[in-house]
Design a protein around this ligand. Sequence first.
Ligand code: SF4
Length: 237
Amino acid sequence: MNREEAVLRELNLYPLWQQRGQPAPVMAPVEVPVTEKTAAGSDKGREQLVRELDWPKLKSMVSECTACGLRAGCTQTVFGSGDEQADWLFVGEGPGADEDAQGEPFVGQAGKLLDNMLAAIKLKRDKNVYIGNVVKCRPHDNRAPHADEIASCLPYLQRQIELVQPKLIVALGKTAADALLGRDDTIASMRGKLHDYRGIPLVATYHPAHLLRTPLDKAKVWEDLCMAVATMSATEK
Ligand code: SF4
């Protein structure tokens, strides 16, 4: 067994199960970085309100939100799910077609892959794990959310993080890492090192949808997950 195969087996991802003939999800890069400037252009009154909400009110506000144009094109908002007092928080980009239909984050092929990633480090969704997205409404045609849409929706994720109080955040993909770290960098440049989100250690790695297209990057994700586990272990000492 070569190293790559060994890593994939460790990730519970071997043999690769991607269906032949199935188009891989399309994830375009964010067009404009989320900067303080774009954030300043959002509704400050709404941001202030969101910062004071408890879980039920936050869920209610998100379900009724029309703060950006994404709501008009989606079936329903996808709030996030899992253990609301989890140590682990995984953040993705936004709902895709399956998530939009079911109202749950990370279902479908990318969701199965995320479940395998969690299992590889002995985690399970809903058990000490919370899963959310940067935007709560599905962008048209699975495009990446625009900077103004991210700026409108980010206060909800920020409030979710305040309420969960995770010990560690794993940002899945460029959109999540950029949004939380206020950057515009590639995952290749952000992965492999520890970041800080408001005092919470943050590990950036590839989004499961990317891994469906580029399975060889699973070895890098495995390295990032191992770093996350080591970081979590250190916080518990
Ligand atoms: Fe509101 Fe976020 Fe949906 Fe935009 S994406 S309408 S900000 S919940």
